[in-house]
Design a protein around this ligand. Structure first.
Ligand code: GTP
Length: 399
């Protein structure tokens, strides 16, 4: 038996889960229904008890025995109704079990007390006891153990009262005892079966729920993994800018949209000047830090609608939709200036960073980014050639 199945194992004699925690959870889950059914059963018992005052009257008339019986019946009825009210307020089925068992003891005592008061109607009372045993097991919700103990009390009490007050023969007493034993066995087996089936149903429901929860957890885990993978694929790990492939995808979309809208579009190719000497002088870690600072300066120089990515090494690219060549020139100059005024660490002293920017302006025949990149790269190369720290714009495409 797997550990999962073991938790839902039901005891073959008590009809309860072997696992105490599971048993408590089960009882809590049926608490509301049990309360309702118990209260309903108590009201019905009170009604049945009340109805028998009519037969008492027809048998005894307004005699002393009748009034004694009436007092007993009124006590039982009042207690039943009081318990119905109490169960509605405090009848938790996981903790206050005794409150659910109490009505059985009160009704059983009431039935036993009828024997000395109406000793001549024993046959009717035997029927009432058998019916009560069945009702205790099946109609009034209780644990099997609670119902069984109450039924044994009723049976033994009734037999004792019959022996003491009715002058019944030992053979008849034995016959009644056998009848009550039979009633108890049938009631016990019926309730055991009901308890077993209800708990199995509960177990199945919970197993299914557990599996669903597990599945939901796995789906959430996979989704978070996918999101992490997407971030890894779309973001440059050092600068947090778009990765090259993601930048290309986004820039292609922007270029296509600009063509459809007949709007201007520019592309920057940015390269940090003399970065090798930075690495050589200050080390790669400091070089990495400077790259992230330059990336930040670039982002701060752009509009939210512009898209920037790290092209590789110390090279960045920017796509500027809805940007005329004149505006692109202004943005590039601003970006260059922001990089030049970057605050660096004290130990770096007067070190000033610079970038060279090549700009390409989209033309009508540029169906994808390739031609634009080539032109921007050419301009970048020209800028490097002319001494770096400058903005160079391709004249192609400028009206
Ligand atoms: N710290 C750091 N350095 C990088 C990274 N990627 C590329 N580099 C370095 O950037 C330097 C680029 O050197 P070069 O291509 O010779 O260019 P440069 O020194 O910037 O000179 P110019 O571009 O001609 O002005 C190399 O030393 C690379 O190792 C990076 O992620 N971190």
């Amino acid at each position: 038996m797997s550990p999962q199945e073991k938790q839902y194992d039901v005891h073959s004699l008590t009809g309860q889960f072997c696992d105490a925690g599971k048993e408590l959870r089960y009882r809590s889950s049926i608490q509301k229904r049990v309360r309702f059914e118990s209260r309903l059963a108590l009201v019905l018992v009170a009604l049945v008890f009340a109805m028998f005052t009519i037969t008492d009257y027809s048998l005894l008339g307004l005699s002393r025995e009748y009034f004694l019986l009436l007092t007993m019946r009124i006590s039982v009825i009042s207690l039943c109704l009081l318990l119905a009210f109490t169960l509605g307020r405090w009848g938790g089925y996981s903790r206050n079990l005794w409150l659910h068992g109490l009505p059985l003891w009160i009704v059983a005592t009431g039935i036993i007390l009828i024997v000395p008061l109406r000793p001549d109607s024993l046959s009717t009372q035997i029927t009432a006891v058998v019916v009560a045993i069945m009702a205790f097991y099946i109609l009034i919700p209780n644990l099997l153990t609670v119902a069984a103990v109450a039924c044994i009390y009723l049976s033994v009490g009734f037999l004792t009262a019959a022996m003491a007050f009715t002058g019944i023969s030992p053979a008849d007493l034995l016959r009644i005892a056998l009848l009550l034993i039979m009633a108890n066995i049938v009631g016990y087996c019926a309730l055991l079966r009901i308890e077993f089936l209800q708990r199995k149903q509960f177990a199945l429901l919970h197993e299914e729920r557990d599996q669903n929860n597990q599945l939901h957890k796995e789906i959430a885990h996979r989704k978070s993994l996918e999101a992490q993978l997407r971030i890894v694929a779309e973001r440059d790990a050092l600068t947090g800018l778009d990765s090259r492939s993601h930048f290309m995808k986004r820039a292609e979309v922007l270029l296509k949209r600009s063509r459809l809208e007949n709007a201007p579009f520019c592309l920057f190719m940015i390269d940090v000047d003399h970065f090798k000497s930075i690495n050589d002088t200050w080390g790669h870690t400091r070089g990495d830090w400077i790259l992230t600072k330059i990336a930040e300066a670039c982002v701060q120089s752009l509009r939210p609608t512009d898209v920037i990515g790290r092209f590789g090494g110390e090279e960045f690219m920017v796509a500027l939709p809805h940007t005329s060549p004149t505006d692109a020139q202004i943005v590039a100059e601003r970006l260059k200036k922001n990089v030049a005024t970057l605050p660096l660490t004290e130990e770096m002293g007067e070190l000033v960073m610079s970038v060279t920017i090549g700009i390409a302006v989209a033309q009508a025949e540029d169906v994808d980014l390739d031609a634009l990149i080539t032109r921007a790269d050419k301009m970048l190369y020209a800028g490097k050639h002319e001494g770096r720290n400058r903005v160079m714009m391709s004249q192609e495409g400028i009206a």
